[in-house]
Design a protein around this ligand. Sequence first.
Ligand code: TYM
Length: 329
Amino acid sequence: PRRVVSALQPTGALHVGNYFGAVRRCVRLQRRGEPLVLFVADLHAHTAPQDPAELQRRSLETAAYLLASGVDAERGVLFLQSAVPAHARLCWLLACLATQARLAHLPQYRERAAGGDAPLGLLLYPVLQAADVLVYRATHVPVGADQLQHLQLTAQLVRTFHHRFGRLFPTPAPLLPDDGSDRIRSLRDPSKKMSKSDSDPKSRILLSDGDDLIRLKIQKAVTDFTPEVSFDPAARPGVSNLVTLHSLAADKLPEEALEEARGLSTAQYKRVVADALCGALRPVRERAQALLARPALLHELLRHGAARARALADPVYAEVAARAGLAPA
Ligand code: TYM
């Protein structure tokens, strides 16, 4: 059976890279009838120092933005990762199948550890991510392009597990979009991806940004010195990123977005892009604000989601434990 699994770090109000690159695609898969397991990766967040109260607040906020984006918590399963112990338990066994050299070689680790004495959790980060999807026997994982290497490691861990303990898991396939949303770029430096950790807040648009802030950030977006609008991501990454954002926000093909840009300068076109983004994000922001005004409801929803997630994950972990000669519960 197909099962779609994905997760987001608890960054609170997600950015439009997260939204178009992952969240909205999860929502659309779910609307097409795919069984969706989606969670807030709060265990992963601890690979960087966290203030406990702040982490809790941002986890709840992230869940609110997922719901506001259209995730259906009744048809699917929505919860906080740390509420389902099977993730961490499977992570341990998978960690024993991974090698330190392989993990230390992954680009995200090398960037974040940067030669320093990094926490062990940072090295284990992708192993926990493998456990995250395998513990639901995921078949498909919608993510942005930056997560591909993690899925390659997952496939490798599946092979090693099968070799040691017999076949159990499908090899989860990454679901990458073909609409340019797999790698939304920074508005300030289009050679980089839009990222939650960029020190310049104008580099990203958050789902919590109001219309004025969205307009300001688009207006300040770095383009180039050619006034016309064209779509050429290699030669004109900044302008092309705007065309991509426009097409995603207005639900148009890039060609249709370009059609609307005909005769406009990039400065004039930015107004069109900002309008489209404001229109697409306003309902999400308003729904999220309404949900965040009801924290008790959110907590209850997540508790219910975690119970259902445990009902899916526990039997898979029990089978893993049996295969590995470990106690079942
Ligand atoms: P995170 O929280 O960094 O990002 C969440 C999702 O958003 C995508 N994304 C982007 N897509 C397009 N353009 C961008 N600029 C952009 N930035 C981020 C990411 O690819 C991701 O799909 N390790 C994961 C969280 C995770 C996970 C998992 C994902 C934990 N366990 C299991 C899938 C399955 C992460 O840090 O995502």
